[in-house]
Design a protein around this ligand. Structure first.
Ligand code: NDP
Ligand code: MG
Length: 388
């Protein structure tokens, strides 16, 4: 029996994780659930899964949630700090980190600090502070099992392998809804259009990141830290069918790939059940449905966010943290039609130039860089014609 804390349980990853849990009551028990402000869904989930505790990080929703569950023996907490406490409880074995953005960093660090296994969906944690997070994990002998489908694929390819034998990893990218498009087209695209991802249904932020290819850039940085790679060991290839989830090339030239239909429930299940593989009734992949699997080089010139993320990875220090913060601001603004698709890259680039470079940041440095980048990016968003 694995006792889970699911942070971000009302999101795309969180709800799919609860589907996996519901299908295997003999294997999983829910100890903790958390949401930010979706109190209605959080209450519903609490009634169904009967956790020991829940956290609603938006304080203004506390009373409503507390009242709705007053007849049940479920502890209700509010505020972001509460997440850092509940993940440390003895009754929790595994923490599924499925909060979106920088907001997920602190609770992930708290879980690692308490020696909990972490099933990591929140890629921003590693983008912002990968070195620090992996160092702490090593110190506390904590295993971090990736949920991100590409990293789960690499992780699965590496089972039984000596990590020193990795020559390179190849991350696959679907290319998103604007694959093959050029800047003259992208100038006019709106959020509603960018939210139509061809292969995956995900939260709004990662869906926009997939359309700009920032998601793949974040995943390069995520892979660097998760698997202890050098920058030049990480490649990206566009694979529009999203069947090959990623590949590892070894020093003897052998290449392993992990494949399957695009369904996040599989990497979620793999991560929370690890090291077990559990039988399920997910739809199976068949070559009959995919006569052709195709691969092409990404267009770094058109999808500048991918180039910016790669540059930030090479520069290191606080650059990925600044990139991430500015990206969170512009994606939020793009979703509200306050900034254009193309302007997102301009603002991220300016933010990286603006915030002072710190080569070996502490956690405090990361928090400062994050805050500074957000303020600056927000200023630049206000200067966009769309903001008026
Ligand atoms: P969603 O936006 O669907 O869900 C985010 C979750 O985090 C919700 O439960 C939300 O609560 C909660 N949340 C949002 N803001 C805060 C905050 N400030 N403090 C605490 N909790 C907060 O995101 P996804 O599920 O799509 O993504 C989650 C993470 O997993 C991201 O880092 C993403 O990159 C990664 N990921 C997602 C994939 C996917 O298929 N969706 C694939 C691979 C990685 P509320 O509902 O109340 O707002
Ligand atoms: Mg991914």
């Amino acid at each position: 029996m694995k006792r889970l804390a699911i942070l971000g349980s009302t999101g795309s990853i969180g709800t799919q994780a609860l589907d996996v849990v519901a299908a295997h009551p003999e294997m999983f028990e829910v100890e903790v659930l958390s949401a930010h402000s979706n109190s209605a869904l959080l209450v519903q989930q609490a009634q169904r899964f009967n956790p020991n505790a829940i956290v609603v990080t938006d304080n203004s929703k506390y009373q409503e949630v507390k009242d709705a569950l007053s007849h049940l023996p479920i502890k209700v907490f509010s505020g972001a700090e509460a997440l850092n406490d509940v993940v440390q409880w003895d009754t929790v074995d595994t923490v599924l980190a499925a909060i979106v953005g920088f907001a997920g960093l602190s609770s992930t660090l708290a879980a690692i600090n308490a020696g909990k296994r972490v099933a990591l969906a929140n890629k921003e944690t590693l983008v912002v502070a990968g070195e620090l997070v992996m160092q702490l994990a090593q110190e506390k002998k904590v295993e971090i099992i990736p949920v991100d489908s590409e990293h789960s694929a690499i992780f699965q390819c590496l089972v039984g392998e000596n990590p020193n034998n990795i020559e390179k990893v190849i991350l696959t990218a679907s290319g998103g809804p604007f694959l093959g498009r050029k800047p003259n087209y992208l100038v006019n695209v709106k959020a509603s259009h960018a939210l139509q991802h061809p292969n995956w249904t995900m939260g709004a932020k990662i869906t926009i990141d997939s359309a700009t290819l920032m998601n793949k850039g974040l995943e390069m940085i995520e892979a660097k830290w998760l698997f202890g790679l050098q920058n030049d060991q990480i490649e990206v290839i566009v694979h529009p069918q999203s069947i090959v989830h990623s590949l590892v090339q070894f020093t003897d030239s052998s290449v392993k790939a992990q494949m399957g239909l695009p369904d996040m429930k599989l990497p979620i299940q793999y991560a929370i059940a690890y090291p077990h593989r559990i039988h399920n009734d997910f739809k199976r992949f068949s070559f009959r449905d995919f006569a052709k699997l195709t691969f092409e080089q990404p267009d770094y010139k058109t999808f500048r966010n991918l180039a910016l993320a790669k540059e930030a990875m090479y520069r290191g220090g606080n650059s990925p943290c600044v990139l991430n913060a500015a990206n969170e601001v512009v994606v939020h603004s793009f979703l509200q039609n306050k900034v254009s698709f193309i302007e997102m890259s301009d603002i991220i680039e300016k933010a990286i130039e603006h915030v002072a470079f710190v080569e070996h940041p502490t956690l405090e440095d990361y928090k400062h860089s994050d805050a500074e980048a957000r303020i600056y990016a927000t200023e630049l968003v206000k200067q966009s014609q769309l903001s008026y």
